[in-house]
Design a protein around this ligand. Structure first.
Ligand SMILES: [Zn+2]
Length: 90
């Protein structure tokens, strides 16, 4: 039995997930932070996780979707599942 959280974290590119939902990830793999009032791209993407060098928040693509749409973890997994066709039934 695959854990849907692990599956999404491992198989989906976090930058692709961010872009799909309107995040502007630049060619340096950075974007404006969603967790503080950012005027310069402080949020950095690496190893399929994000990390903000200004406010220190970090996480996975699931955390990102939770923040973008104010969702609970399971709701975020369901949304990603629906939008990306991960074909999981959490
Ligand atoms: Zn930040």
């Amino acid at each position: 039995m695959i854990d849907p959280f692990d599956h999404i974290r491992q198989t989906l590119d976090i930058e692709e997930v961010g872009r799909r939902y309107g995040l502007e990830v630049n060619r340096h793999h950075k974007a404006l932070c969603l967790y503080h009032n950012d005027h310069h791209e402080s949020m950095s993407f690496k190893n399929n996780r994000f990390k903000c060098f200004s406010c220190g928040v970090g996480g996975s693509s699931i955390d990102l979707v939770q923040k973008l749409f104010s969702l609970e973890p399971l709701q975020a997994v369901k949304k990603i599942n629906d939008d990306f066709g991960v074909r999981l039934s959490p």
